[in-house]
Design a protein around this ligand. Structure first.
Ligand SMILES: O=c1ccn([C@@H]2O[C@H](COP(=O)(O)OP(=O)(O)O[C@H]3O[C@H](CO)[C@@H](O)[C@H](O)[C@H]3O)[C@@H](O)[C@H]2O)c(=O)[nH]1
Ligand SMILES: [Mn+2]
Length: 748
């Protein structure tokens, strides 16, 4: 006889599988490479700076292998979740600059989040606007009005992509299987909603042109404004819909900013959201009686350009968070989704896809204790980021003295009450607390940014918070990468000109190197988080050090070849060097091929080229600015330069042509080294021809110089051959010529 239903074991909410064949291949390749590299270093013979370069390369390579040893993949089954058991989620969207982050795009992200497949009464979307722009606030009100049509439409027809811009541009197949009447209704609804979207979009476009709106948000005003917190909801809309069908609430939060106060960039904005999102609940209570009031135990963080591309991600995250059958169910801090991008070029010359991170290494780190927190597209347990430990997570702050709570979290009574509240219960918070917690002074004398919330010490707040605040306290995480047949859960935009890409990389690299060189160096926490995990973290902390070996390999062999003197590669070492070189290229090629079935060789070449370029630009400048900071001469050296999302379609980037327009000094070392390499190549060969051959002792150098020439060809082209406006700026070319000539005359 069949067992009664209630006795059946609960259905599995997710699965995890170790990719054993890949793990075996990775381990084999790593073993081989390690043996070759050790032999090459042992046979080096010459003890010069290239030996130091090799040792740094070997160190970074070792760190980079830890996340390759145990790749896993996961699947989630949101259909098996019990909807009444779902816990509340607060979605947090952050924006900071109405010029670089156009309102229409930000609102698409907001609307897509409101349309996630989740009970509306348990979903609240907060928009943090660091600029305090009246345009953004107006756009948010309009977005709410449009969402009150869009969200029911998505629910009714099971729309897959909840981002309206994307939906109307694409080919989402809606459920037309309900008969003629249903089809007719669907077609009619689609046209009606599309027209409303057009009106909404045009309304925002017009508002953008309105001088009164944009004029009031000057550069100075963005850094100097009051706090403004507003719950955007239509009064008539606060009907008594069921919790499932209710409209999600939308909150607008612009924290106070003053020039004299450090505002800690995105981490500061998130901390205000985390605390104000609790205080605001009292207002919600008045406005939306039908909502289930909760101290949302989970937060989903989204950058303003990262719209939801499927509706299921919040549910998928809950498959992990709410699974009581997990081996250690209570230590899961966050579910990370990959960053994927909607405007990637087929020929991704800037390696914008971040393949190594999101398609390769995060899957490997997931096989250890979880991927690195990646800034956007993650669903996090609120108490974890408050600084609780997993073991004490059942009411972690309930036993703390009020005085102690105030020193940690600040003086908002509403916030303190919320800390002691269990999820799902209501609060009677004073509405003015919302602006209190968004004020500059609120965090003064508290532990926010140091022990509580997102941490301030690094501009790469995601990396540092995940590692220090979560992993070091014993939390774990999972990586939720979509199956090949499934659409991307979130899609963002990548920068489409070289300068933006390099400046972004400089920020990431300097933020991570600053962590690596601080007392929080990940290698020091091997005991807390396991050795392979700490190596995985340390790889990113020290990645900027690639600048040193690449700089060496772009100058020493060049100068010695040009001189035609003693080679840096004696015969005994040249064979080993070649073997290591080939093995590293092969390892990279296999890594790319596993991640990408199509066009792997092109991706491999683009990544090789960008790696070398980034090492002597973004990474080199990161090393310099961190060094300046360390000796106290940095000032504002490490800053959060916002990436522009205003131009989606860089035509040159799409066509695989480097866009050098607006390049700053960050490019200078690269162009100088490119010229040096080519001059050395020509000069060296010329000397060989007139002076007679030097046989095979120079063959490694000749090969290296040719490889560098091939890698840096777009730079040469940009300086010498191109005439279009996006070529390398003339002043950079002129300075590079001067510097390369100086180097050759001094050392050549
Ligand atoms: O003072 C600030 C600065 C930035 N942001 C927001 O932070 C987000 C990320 O900024 P962006 O310029 O897009 O930086 P990216 O380099 O593209 O972001 C990556 O790197 C950041 C760390 O440097 C992470 O926070 C991001 O999640 C990650 O996608 C954007 O929505 C910004 O509006 C703020 O809210 N306030
Ligand atoms: Mn971004």
């Amino acid at each position: 006889m069949a067992a009664p239903l209630q006795d059946a074991a609960p259905l599995q909410l997710h699965t995890v599988e170790v990719d054993q064949p890949l793990a075996a291949v990775n381990r084999l390749l790593a073993g081989l490479h390690l043996a070759l590299a050790a032999a090459a270093i042992a046979h080096r013979g010459v003890h010069d700076i290239l030996l130091a370069a090799d040792l740094v390369l070997l160190f970074l390579w070792l760190l980079s292998q830890a996340p390759m040893l145990r790749p896993v993949s996961r699947a989630a089954f949101p259909g098996r979740l019990s909807r009444p058991a779902l816990l509340a989620v607060d979605v947090m969207v952050v924006t900071a600059d109405p010029d670089k982050e156009p309102a229409a795009k930000v609102m698409n992200t907001v609307i897509s989040a409101m349309a996630l497949d989740y009970p509306g009464g348990r979903l609240t979307v907060y928009l943090s606007d660091d600029a305090g722009s009246p345009l953004t606030l107006l756009a948010a009100r309009k977005a709410y009005a449009f969402a009150s049509v869009w969200v029911p439409f998505c629910r009714k027809y099971g729309v897959q992509c909840p981002c309206p811009e994307r939906f109307f541009a694409g080919s989402d197949q809606l459920d037309g299987g309900g008969g003629v009447d249903h089809d007719r209704e669907l077609a009619g609804d689609k046209i009606r909603v599309k027209n409303m979207y057009e009106t909404f979009r045009k309304g925002i476009e017009e508002a953008t042109k309105d001088a009164a709106l944009s004029g009031s948000c000057t550069r100075a005003a963005r850094q100097d404004h009051d706090a403004h917190v507003e719950i955007i909801a239509d009064k008539q809309d606060s009907n008594s819909d069921g919790d499932e069908d209710a409209m999600p609430s939308l909150g607008y939060v612009s924290r106070e900013k003053r020039p004299a106060w450090a505002h800690h960039f995105k981490a500061g904005a998130l901390n205000v959201l985390v605390s104000s999102s609790i205080a605001d609940r009292s207002e919600l209570q008045h406005l939306r009686v039908s909502s289930l009031m909760s101290n949302a135990p989970y937060v989903l963080v989204l950058d303003c350009d990262m719209y939801c591309n499927t509706r299921s991600s919040a549910m998928e995250a809950m498959c992990f968070h709410l699974d009581s059958r997990r081996r250690r169910a209570d230590d899961l801090a966050f579910v990370q989704f990959p960053q994927m991008f909607h405007n990637l070029s087929g020929n991704d010359i800037y390696a914008n896809e971040l393949r190594s991170i999101f398609s390769t290494r995060w899957k490997g780190l997931d096989g250890l204790r979880g991927p690195i927190l990646s800034g956007t597209g993650f669903c996090l347990r609120r108490d974890a980021v408050y600084g609780a430990r997993p073991s004490s997570s059942q009411g972690p702050f309930s036993s703390m003295e009020v005085g102690e709570l105030k020193t940690r979290f600040g003086h908002s009574n509403g916030h303190l009450v919320s800390l002691r509240r269990t999820a799902g219960s209501t609060t009677g918070v004073l509405p003015q607390d919302a602006t209190l917690v968004a004020s500059c002074e609120y965090e003064m004398g508290t532990r926010w940014g140091e022990e509580v919330g997102f941490l301030y010490q690094s501009v790469v707040e995601d990396y540092f918070t995940g590692y220090r605040q979560l992993y070091c306290r014993g939390w774990t995480s999972v990586y939720c990468y979509p199956a090949p047949s499934r659409p991307a859960p979130f899609l963002g935009s990548v920068p489409t000109n070289l300068n933006d890409v390099l400046v972004q990389n400089k920020r990431w690299m300097s933020g991570m190197l600053a962590v690596g060189l601080s007392r929080h160096c990940p290698l020091g926490s091997a005991l807390a988080v396991s050795l392979p995990q700490s190596m995985g973290f340390a790889y990113y902390a020290f990645m900027a050090l690639y600048a040193f070996p690449v700089l060496c390999y772009a100058t020493v062999p060049q100068l010695s070849f040009f001189r035609g003197g003693a080679t840096s590669f004696p015969v005994a070492s040249s064979l080993w060097f070649t073997a290591v070189f080939v093995s590293s290229l092969l390892q990279h090629l296999i890594e790319v091929s596993v991640a990408k079935r199509r066009l792997a060789v092109r991706t491999w070449w683009n990544e090789q080229r960008f790696w070398a370029l980034n090492a002597v630009t973004g990474q080199l400048f990161a090393c310099l600015s961190v060094a300046l900071d360390l000796v106290g001469a940095g000032g504002q050296a490490v800053n959060f330069d916002l990436t522009s999302k205003a131009s989606d379609h860089g035509e040159l980037y799409r066509d695989g042509v480097f866009d050098f327009a607006g390049c700053s000094t960050v490019l200078l070392p690269a162009t100088t080294l490119c010229l040096l390499n080519n001059a050395a190549l020509v000069g060296g060969i010329w000397k060989m021809v007139i002076g007679g051959g030097r046989g095979d002792t120079v063959s490694v150098e000749l090969f290296l110089l040719c490889y560098v020439a091939a890698l840096s060809y777009p730079l040469l082209q940009g300086m010498v051959l191109r005439r279009d406006p996006a070529r390398v700026p003339a002043w950079i070319t002129a300075m590079s010529v001067g510097m390369a000539a100086t180097l050759l005359s001094l050392f050549g």
